[in-house]
Design a binder for this molecule. Structure first.
Ligand SMILES: [Zn+2]
Length: 271
């Protein structure tokens, strides 16, 4: 890919998409709403690129209270409403539970089959300060779990801000055969809920990632402002994007952690 790194105009976290009934109603007017934040965007006027497709309030592994099939159906409905409403890219973001991601991807794939249309899909995980997703998976195991799907990009967003993302983005960059996205928070919020990374300090850390050749898409999540995005966009202007890795043709398996089947390794007992 020779095109420069793209910066997301503004990446937002919508942590609650249990509003699908109101979403569907609002989409009839080509509007998308987040009642929890009392915020409404006109899809054609909103300064967002892709439409974000959040985490839901339920995680099969973490909270329970929902089945895989129910979640798949919910994701299908929401994807359909978003695409009918004019969205052209779907982003499964702030992913904390790979079972949810798989349900979401199956819902989207069903929509693609039914509509006969290929929908570009981005997946963005969230790694907590303890170094794994909330449901416990590491970044490389997460990629291994979804690497069979034809995705526009895979990456990380939200959570810790860029500093603690470094190892995980590097890990993904070493493995991922599609593009890498990264849109961190403006740092970890302090005890008052304030995000302390300035536009300059956030951009400098993402600049480091870009200079290592780890990124294809960059942006900001919680705590970032239009000024953050402006400075990040200026920073990545003209930078060389990461070249996706060719498949390593290795046999990876994942539970919580990644397991690689190697010649000469004794049989691994999984499960
Ligand atoms: Zn966020």
């Amino acid at each position: 890919m020779s095109r420069p790194i793209r910066s997301a105009a503004r990446a937002l976290c919508w942590p609650n998409i249990s509003w699908r009934t109101s979403l569907r109603a609002e989409l009839r007017g080509r509007k998308i709403g987040t009642p929890g934040r009392r915020r409404v965007f006109d899809l054609r006027k909103a300064p967002l690129g892709p439409r974000l497709y959040g985490t839901t309030t339920k995680a099969i592994t973490v909270t329970g209270g929902i089945t895989f099939r129910q979640l798949e159906e919910n994701y299908y409905e929401q994807a359909k409403a978003l695409i009918d409403g004019g969205a052209d890219i779907l982003v499964l973001e702030t992913c904390q539970d790979t079972r949810n991601v798989k349900a979401g991807l199956l819902g989207i794939q069903r929509l693609m089959r039914e509509s006969g249309r290929k929908i570009p899909v981005m997946v963005s995980g969230t790694i907590e300060p303890m170094g794994t997703m909330l449901a416990g998976q590491t970044a490389d195991a997460f990629w291994s779990s979804i690497s069979h799907v034809d995705l526009l990009s895979v990456g990380l967003n939200c959570a810790t801000g860029p500093e603690f993302m470094t190892d995980h983005i590097r890990t993904l960059s070493d493995m991922v055969t599609t593009r890498i996205s990264c849109y961190p928070n403006a740092g970890l919020p302090n005890e008052d809920g304030k995000y302390l990374e300035t536009p300059q300090s956030l951009a400098e850390q993402l600049d480091r990632f870009a200079n290592h050749g780890w990124l294809n898409l960059v942006g900001g999540c919680c705590g970032t402002t239009a000024e953050h995005i402006k400075v990040i966009a200026q920073m990545v202007e003209g930078k060389r994007p990461r070249a996706p890795k060719a498949s390593a043709h290795r046999a990876y398996y994942s539970g919580i952690e990644l397991v690689e089947a190697e010649d000469g390794k004794p049989a691994a007992d999984c499960g």
